[in-house]
Design a protein around this ligand. Structure first.
Ligand code: AQP
Length: 330
């Protein structure tokens, strides 16, 4: 059975982009009986986070949210990155075969600097730690959003290099998997929806603030009776990212953008589209929203899930680290 690994950084509250790009795939692959490892990337978040209480809370919250979305600890090892110390050892072994040019070409580093984050070494070399996350359990498949494809290519290159330089097949060579209809979801400002950019939409937010948030999505100034281009509209792209491109509701929305009179003689404006997105979110995430409240009240259960998940992840990572050490002469 193929082995799957992926994770999300606790750099803030999970958002619709994380769901569409990553979590939905986790659920599909879990349902397909793959061997699953899903973690919370706490060390990665430390490259940008400086508030310990916020990091602690977000780490915990992502675990709760994984479970609320439907990850099942009986089928998926769920763990926190810093509970598996083998990964950081492996990151060092990989960094010793990593040309600096691999890091120089990583676009996410440049994006973060452009957004004003400090240029620390952890942020610069974060694709190496990510490679260690993936290679430690010898993952075959890494489900990610489009923005992460370059990092998985770096992982492949590092695995091939290590195997080649030490003349031993230590690492499985993984491949990325994109969600069907994958696209990078925009945030309320039209830029990539990103936890650290303050432009996210939280599928678990209370109804009133959620509605207010959706009403703040930036649009052009077309009026209710004007035809609109769905492809350049963040509301439509977010809607399609959640409902799917073949969903009748997505087709209906596209038709109303093209011909606003299909909605009513007055037309169809961006306010109507935002209302449609609001209803979609409540409908799509209704079951997860209810499960989340119960999970939040059972922190003992969350501890158990994390202990079992870390145990499983460490058992496989220890075998990999032993192989890598031996191959390198340590
Ligand atoms: N906007 C997005 N559209 C589609 N997929 C996305 N992902 C993130 N944003 C979008 C996917 O979610 C997974 C987890 O991402 P991450 O937290 O490890 O890192 P990220 O891509 O950097 O996510 P954020 O929200 O942008 O976090 P910050 O702001 O801390 O950097 C990945 O599979 C990613 O592709």
């Amino acid at each position: 059975m193929p082995r799957v690994l992926s994770g999300i950084q606790p750099s803030g509250q999970l958002h619709l982009g994380n769901y569409a790009g990553a979590i939905r795939q986790f659920l599909d692959l879990q349902a397909a009986q793959h061997e699953m490892f899903v973690f919370v990337a706490s060390y990665h978040a430390l490259t940008t986070q400086r508030d310990p209480a916020a990091l602690r809370a977000a780490t915990r919250q992502i675990v709760v949210d994984y479970l609320a979305f439907g990850l099942d600890p009986a089928k998926t090892a769920i763990y926190v990155q810093h509970d598996v110390p083998e990964v950081t050892e492996l990151a060092w072994l990989l960094s010793c075969v990593c040309p600096t040019s691999f890091m120089d070409k990583a676009v996410s580093y440049k994006d973060k600097l452009a957004k004003g984050f400090s240029a620390n070494v952890g942020l610069y070399t974060y694709p190496i730690l990510q490679a260690a996350d993936i290679l430690a359990p010898q993952a075959d498949i890494v489900p990610v959003g489009k923005d992460q494809v370059q990092h998985i290519e770096i992982t492949r290159d590092l695995a091939l290099r290590f195997n080649h330089e030490f003349q031993t097949a230590v690492f499985t060579i993984p491949g990325h998997r994109l969600a069907p209809d994958a696209e990078v979801l925009p945030g309320i400002d039209g830029e990539k929806m990103s936890k650290s950019y303050g432009n996210t939409i939280d599928p678990f937010q209370e109804e009133k603030p959620l509605r207010k948030r959706l009403m703040s999505i930036k649009t052009d100034s077309k009026g209710v009776s004007d035809a609109k281009d769905p492809e350049t509209c963040s509301i439509f792209r977010i809607f399609r990212g959640i409902a799917g491109k073949d969903d009748p509701r997505t087709r209906d929305l596209a038709a109303k953008y093209a011909d606003p009179s299909r909605h009513s003689p007055e037309g169809f404006g961006y306010g109507h589209a935002k209302q449609a997105l609001f209803e979609l979110i409540l409908d799509h995430f209704g079951p997860a929203r209810s499960r989340r409240a119960a999970l939040m009240a059972d922190q003992g259960y969350i501890d158990q899930v994390l202990k079992a998940g870390a145990g499983k992840a460490r058992a496989v990572a220890q075998i990999t680290v032993q192989k890598a050490r031996a191959a390198a002469g340590l």
